[in-house]
Design a protein around this ligand. Structure first.
Ligand code: ZN
Length: 337
């Protein structure tokens, strides 16, 4: 399935579908539907009766296997999930991995080097590609450099600059766009989302992210967090860090909340408008009045740096503590008088 805003990208890809390189790298913001696009492409490449527009038919053997998740010529590589952990008898407390590992790539290479079951292509989807750890990336590189006939690789990444340059250079990059605001709003409203404009703004224009974050529990967690930020003098960094850690809110998400909140404080102070929190104006305004812009912007950089590290194994609680103490410093009223 494609999203409405992906039609143009799809058509330009289809125009060259018989001349596609063996490796494609789909890039773009998180939450715009890159994975759905990649899966649609995978199915189209495997379908044995696509229509003129290369749309997969949905009913041939290949499509049915694909949709059932067991096409023998398709593999999807992602950080090992919890389910896989449960497959081992130990019903283990295996944590879901943050990385695609070298063992996964080795298995993949075995798959790629077999001949196709269905005389057609062998398609591999790697997502998100930036989660390949160094050893895995190097193992994959070997296959990308000398791909067996018929092998097609689709890599999906919203942080493609983090990929090995040698991997990037083996792929044709296909950037996917953030939808126009109108398209995104129309789609969100069709999903039955209330206050779609607000959610969309908060997600930086990425509709799928907006919908995901509109999950009631996620929304409540964020509201509580912003409430604490709104009152920095009463904020207890240790208690809040512990709470976030206990609720297993991801570092990537908390740093997003924090970066956007701080950005809006700065923006309100400088140009009397907010970008991400249109309904929080009254809570942002007193902060905007009292901060020193330079100190705030430095802190904003710190938050962004923490966000970049968010996929690395780390002590989340410690990160929260440091960020929250930093926040108190960054927004405190400068000592005058
Ligand atoms: Zn088909």
């Amino acid at each position: 399935m494609l999203y409405p805003w992906q039609q143009t990208s799809w058509q330009s890809l289809v125009a060259q579908i018989d001349r596609l390189p063996h490796a494609l790298l789909l890039t773009g913001e998180g939450g715009i539907g890159k994975l759905a696009f990649a899966r649609h492409l995978a199915q189209a490449l495997l379908c044995e009766a696509p229509d003129m527009a290369a749309k997969p038919c949905g009913v041939c053997d290949a499509c049915r296997w694909y949709l059932a998740g067991n096409h023998p010529d398709f593999r999807e590589l992602a950080p090992a999930s919890e389910e896989e952990g449960e497959e081992g008898d130990s019903k283990a407390k295996k944590k879901p991995s943050q990385y695609i590992t070298i063992d996964q790539v080795r298995e993949l290479n075995d798959f790629v080097n077999l001949s196709a079951h269905r005389a057609g292509r062998r398609v591999t989807l790697v997502q998100p590609a930036e989660t390949l750890n160094a050893a895995a990336a190097n193992a994959l590189l070997k296959t990308l450099e000398e791909p067996p006939a018929g092998a097609v690789f689709i890599l999906v990444s919203h942080q493609w600059r983090r990929l090995l340059p040698t991997i990037r250079s083996r792929c044709r990059k296909l950037p996917l766009p953030v939808p126009s605001r109108e398209d995104a709003l129309a789609w969100l409203q069709a999903q039955g989302l209330d206050a779609a404009a607000e959610h969309l703004a908060e997600a930086g224009g990425a509709p799928l992210l907006a919908l995901e974050r509109a999950d009631p529990d996620a929304l409540a967690a964020k509201q509580r967090f912003l409430q604490e930020l709104a009152d920095p003098r009463r904020l207890d960094p240790l208690a809040l860090a512990e709470q976030l850690d206990r609720q297993k809110v991801e570092v990537a998400r908390v740093t997003d909340w924090l970066a956007r909140w701080v950005y809006d404080i700065a923006r309100l102070g400088l140009c009397q408008s907010v970008r991400y929190h249109p309904t929080e104006h009254d809570r942002l305004a007193p902060l905007a009045e009292q901060v020193e812009p330079i100190r705030l912007m430095r802190y904003h950089d710190t938050v962004l740096a923490a966000k970049k590290l968010a996929y690395h194994p780390l002590n989340a609680r410690l990160v929260y503590e440091q960020l929250l103490f930093g926040y108190q410093q960054a927004v405190r009223r400068p000592a005058k008088r």
